[in-house]
Design a protein around this ligand. Structure first.
Ligand code: ZN
Length: 184
């Protein structure tokens, strides 16, 4: 399993997000489409999505990688107005950053930025990749997360979940409805 997290670079959460991109062999921020697809094409496993959560200071970073199959219900160009609608709604959802994860309200987390790369229509096995950075006023209250994104994804059987809390890294294999996951 690939580990996109680089603990030494966590001090700056925005650096972290670009680091995950760099870890996959990219050298330029603007090459997401090409590089992402060529690297991932044919590599994902149907039924599986990857969700990574990193906590560092006041920052909470979340990354979601999912085969298009589980975002859209199909893995090809839209062939009807209905499929086009499904695609637009999925893009709007992942870009908005709403209903991606749930955390205790007492942590007072706010979404700071979203990095979203929609798959192109030409990849055989397109992946959706989205990263979210939250700033939490009371990070000590971050006792758990709920993976709300899973409520919207379709046909997921397994979640490869990585938690990075300071220097501690934990990897879990979760089912499609894992409930609350302890962060501490
Ligand atoms: Zn596929």
């Amino acid at each position: 399993m690939k580990l996109p997290w680089h603990p030494t670079r966590l001090a700056l959460s925005l650096m972290l997000l670009s680091c995950m991109t760099l870890a996959q062999g990219q050298t330029h921020d603007h090459d997401h489409d090409h590089e992402g697809e060529s690297l991932e094409q044919g590599k994902h496993v149907h039924g599986e999505v990857t969700i990574n959560v990193a906590l560092e200071g006041n920052s909470l970073a979340v990354e979601v990688n999912a085969p298009a199959l589980h975002v859209l219900g199909f893995e090809r160009a839209a062939r009807s107005a209905e499929e086009q609608r499904v695609m637009s709604e999925a893009n709007a959802w992942l870009k908005s950053g709403t209903s991606i994860i749930g955390v205790p309200t007492t942590a007072r987390c706010r979404l700071q930025s979203v990095e979203f790369t929609p798959p192109s229509a030409t990849a055989k096995h397109p992946d959706y990749r989205a990263s979210y950075l939250y700033r939490c006023e009371q990070p000590a209250s971050l006792a758990w997360v709920e993976l709300w994104a899973l409520r919207r994804l379709k046909g997921v059987e397994k979640v490869e979940f990585t938690l990075l809390n300071g220097s501690v890294q934990k990897q879990l294999e979760l089912g499609s409805a894992p409930g609350r996951i302890a962060l501490r």
